[in-house]
Design a protein around this ligand. Structure first.
Ligand code: AMP
Length: 437
């Protein structure tokens, strides 16, 4: 069987496009990788990804239109690829459907083997291989039925509680769509006559309805029947802090960085859309699996006006003070930069494997502590690069704090550097986990 043995990624003159050359047998195939307006990379008619790295990793597992899935990179390809995309790991090789075929080296006209999918038990699961990476409405047929209010007859509410929050319980269920059925989590409003509770839940639904990102729990819709119900895509792995408790030995730091990088990608998306989350914390990061996290709980979130960079709350409420930046508590001002502060606390929770932040302190004491210029210490397992980033997230003045674009980039650089190191030294257990799962 012939297999591709060489691939090369290089930037093209047209800004934002890349060419992938793939040798299969004696033939060289060229593929075009383009970037759409939202900055996503794809090969023609292929799956879209936020980063070149994700696209490359995906194409290593699935051909997705290539003549064959990617195997090995040219020895000299990393340099050119890294120049083009400095944060790529050491052996990128990427691309899409054959744009044109050139340099035919063989004369016998062999028929290539069909593309194969890598054996799932040998590879760790990738977010894009799950059913919740893309919206269930990304299928145009399903999109025809997309409405905020869902028909009760298409919803099965199981008597299985996934968790509970301020509103009531979250139950497991199934939602029937035009062509498929999907597992869902259903937030059921407890029997309450309070109109204010219903309004609040509807506000959460309205916010979620406007969001569509792989690293954010999507709203499928709302169902008004025996109770008001918020139907969301399922993230069955539970909240991040609970997952990490007691797992220092089992879950390497690289896995924690991977999940936090995904949270940063989700938050960068929110920042770009001018939404503030206002309740980012490890308890509100839900896992689809050990390698895939999604941001949830938009109960406090706000959409900012086109010309606004912050939201001012009319009065203080039941707020998660330990996660809040000083300007939130002092001036009730919320922005993406105050979400960055909360992201720093979330990082601390994750790298301390689910410990409670500011241990014995009460919320108001935390503000004094911060004002004195003190910050939480570096958790024992936390790499210095990650402590440095979380410390920057805790910059007192919001104007001087990094934004999510910067945070995401720094998380990505760090996580990819672990991946490249792992490729260089596969025997290095903890880091090799990134590459080999
Ligand atoms: P919340 O009311 O949003 O804080 O949710 C309370 C709990 O319900 C969470 O901590 C999860 O355990 C569970 N839960 C909420 N949303 C989902 C979801 N989309 N998928 C799975 N479980 C969820």
């Amino acid at each position: 069987m012939m297999e591709p043995f060489l691939s090369r990624l290089r930037p093209r003159k047209e800004q934002g496009t890349y060419a992938l050359s793939l040798v299969y047998g004696k033939t060289v195939y060229h593929y075009l990788i383009s970037q759409d307006k939202a900055g996503k990379f794809c090969i023609p008619e292929g799956t879209k990804f936020d980063t070149l790295w994700q696209l490359v990793e995906y194409l290593k597992l699935k051909a997705d239109g290539l003549i064959y899935r990617l195997k090995e990179a040219c020895p000299n390809s990393s340099a050119s690829a890294e120049a083009a995309a400095p944060t790529l790991p050491a052996h990128p090789s990427t691309f899409t459907q054959p744009q044109r075929r050139v340099d035919t080296l063989n004369s016998d006209g062999y028929t290539p083997e069909p593309a194969r999918v890598a054996s799932p038990d040998k590879q760790r699961p990738m977010p894009m291989d799950t059913s919740v990476y893309e919206s269930p409405y990304s299928d145009p047929e399903e999109l025809k039925d997309k409405k905020l209010f869902l028909k009760r007859e298409n919803l099965l509410v199981a008597d299985i509680e996934l968790g509970c929050g301020n509103f009531g319980s979250v139950r497991q269920g199934v939602y029937r769509m035009r062509k498929k059925q999907i597992d869902v989590a259903i937030k059921v409003l407890k029997h309450s006559t309070e109109k204010a509770d219903k309004d609040e839940m509807m506000r959460e639904a309205q916010i979620m309805h406007q969001l569509d990102n792989p690293y954010i729990v999507r709203l499928i819709g709302v169902c008004q029947a025996e109770a008001l119900m918020l139907v969301m895509e399922m993230a069955s792995g539970g909240p991040l802090h609970k997952f990490l408790v007691g797992k220092k030995e089992e879950i390497p730091v690289s896995n924690v960085a991977e999940l936090l990088h995904q949270v940063a990608m989700g938050m960068k998306y929110l920042e770009e859309k001018n939404f503030v989350h206002r309740d980012l914390a490890a308890r509100n990061v839900l896992l689809v699996n050990r390698h895939y996290a999604k941001i949830s709980d938009f109960g406090l979130s706000k959409a900012l006006g086109a010309d606004d960079s912050y939201y001012t709350a009319r009065s203080a409420g039941k707020w998660p003070l330990k996660w809040y930046a000083p300007e939130c508590i002092n001036f009730r001002k919320f922005s993406s930069r105050s979400d960055v502060w909360s992201y720093g606390v979330t990082m601390w929770e994750a790298f301390s494997y689910g410990q409670k932040p500011y241990k014995k302190m009460k919320g108001p004491e935390v503000l004094d502590f911060i004002k004195q210029g003190k910050r939480m210490e570096c958790p024992p397992e936390c790499p210095p690069e990650m402590y440095s980033l979380m410390s920057d997230c805790w910059t007192y003045k919001w104007e001087d704090r990094p934004d999510f674009q910067t945070v995401e980039q720094r998380m990505r650089n760090y996580y990819y550097s672990l991946a490249s190191r792992a490729e260089g030294s596969p025997q290095c257990g903890q880091v090799a986990e990134v590459a080999c799962g």
